[in-house]
Design a protein around this ligand. Structure first.
Ligand code: CA
Ligand code: CA
Ligand code: CA
Length: 441
């Protein structure tokens, strides 16, 4: 009963908490409250000498909860005390307050959609360590982004060196008034999403977390750079893709999300991806939605052999490679290969050409004009990986993009259904990606 009572106290006082930072992690405790362990044999536990008062006692373990407003030192120096520690505040594992969070099976799979418990990326466990940072920049190279969406607006990048609406290219990057990315389709500075695909991708990467609104992205805080090169019909050109990649690279995006594909091999596109590599940017790409083997039938850009490319397959809520629902799902296969279905329409795979899998079916995320919907496709899996790459960059700011890639691939949950179908044979795990302190861990 006493411990229950003190738990209640923690909850009540948790509203006013103190915080300290230890090894990059915020540690919260109740101000002026300390847990004291009396030395064996101590019978006089009067605390007036410490200017403290006893709030609760736990005789089974010889411990008491004291209040001492002037600091821990008077308690610490009392010879009767074996140890003293702050009355720490604990919180349920990284669970945000966003009302639709519990629909995100890919983040935390409790079987809520009829799938397999824990077939997910372990996001709440990861969020105990890292929820993202405004210093991490992820480019969404797609149909644009609803940068006004209430669950995205706070996480949209703004170009710090461009003065808005003065008709001048202040930062000399050949784009006038590019304050929040660029629309390469219409050649203007408004990368608003007139499809829905890019906004959905952006929400998985970085819908504002724990804001009491909608969903939570993999990153609760991040900077998303909207780069529109796919039009309202979801298609775009090689030239505009190159422009978007170069823009992202030149503006120091650390991660590029590429939930698109098509075309044959392009040396120019590979050159652009390698330029991004030279600038330290990861290029995360969808493996494709044809249900085919990318080792046999190449899918671009995910098949490009560059050190910064990560090719992503999709799993469903059972943890197995996704097979698409047809005639529904609100967005079908996204922008990846719906017109080229071969065999069972599902996620592509490839023992050498696909790296890992991530959730990509019945994925709830943001849509333009304050909406939310579920979509399916490797397009939806890719931003989970781009998002976790962002968390790793936030957690380990000194790491190179190649170190981040190695970390993502070396910390998957190996799964029998995925082995032999991709390099790692496993699915993304955000918690393990953030573990340890060095890239070699
Ligand atoms: Ca400019
Ligand atoms: Ca300007
Ligand atoms: Ca939210």
């Amino acid at each position: 009963m006493k411990s229950r009572w003190s738990l209640l106290l923690i909850v009540l006082l948790g509203l006013v908490f103190s915080a300290q930072v230890q090894q990059g992690k915020k540690i919260e405790s109740v101000p002026g409250e300390f847990i004291v362990k009396w030395r064996p044999g101590v019978t006089d536990t009067s605390v007036s000498a410490m200017s403290a008062s006893t709030v609760a006692v736990f005789p089974e373990i010889g411990v008491a909860l004291l209040r001492q407003d002037v600091g821990i030192q008077a308690i610490q120096s009392d010879p009767r005390v074996e140890y003293v520690e702050p009355n720490y505040i604990y919180r349920a594992s990284g669970t945000p307050n966003d009302p639709r969070f519990n629909e995100l099976w890919g983040m935390n799979n409790t079987g809520q959609t009829g799938g397999a418990t824990d077939a997910d990326i372990d996001a709440p466990e990861a969020w105990d360590t890292q929820t993202g940072s405004e210093s991490t920049l992820i480019a969404v190279i797609d149909t644009g982004v609803d940068y006004n969406h209430p669950d995205l607006a706070a996480n949209i990048w703004t170009n710090p060196t461009e003065i808005p609406n003065n008709g001048i290219d202040d930062d000399n990057n050949n784009y006038i008034d590019d304050t929040r990315g660029w629309d390469f389709v219409n050649d203007d500075n408004d990368p608003f999403d007139d499809n829905l695909h890019g906004t959905h991708v952006a929400g998985t990467i970085g819908a504002v977390g724990n804001n009491g609104v909608g969903v939570a992205g993999v990153n609760w805080r991040v900077k998303i750079m909207p780069l529109k090169f796919l039009g309202s019909d979801g298609s775009g050109t090689l030239a505009d893709a190159i422009s978007a990649i170069l823009y992202a690279a030149n503006n120091e995006a650390q991660v590029m999300n590429n939930s698109w594909g098509g075309g044959g091999f392009s040396q120019a596109l590979l050159d652009a991806i390698e330029y991004a590599d030279s600038k330290g940017a990861l290029f995360v790409a969808a493996a494709g939605n044809d249900g085919t083997d990318n080792d046999q039938s190449a899918n671009y850009p995910s098949n490009y052999d560059a050190p910064n490319v990560i090719a992503v397959a999709a799993i469903d809520h059972t943890g197995n490679l996704a097979v698409w629902d047809l005639g529904g799902g609100g967005g079908g296969c996204g922008c990846q290969g719906c017109g080229n279905v071969v065999g069972a329409p599902g996620s592509n795979f490839g023992a050498t050409m696909v790296d890992l899998a991530a959730p990509g079916k019945k994925i709830l995320s943001t849509t333009p004009n304050n909406g939310y919907t579920e979509l399916q496709g490797t397009s939806m899996a890719t931003p989970h990986v781009a998002g976790v790459a962002g968390l790793v960059f936030s957690q380990f700011p000194g790491w190179t993009h190649v170190q981040v890639k190695e970390r993502l691939l070396s910390t998957v949950d190996v799964s029998p259904g995925l082995q032999g179908k991709m390099v790692t044979g496993g699915r993304l795990n955000a918690q393990r990606a953030l573990s340890g302190t060095t890239a070699a861990d």
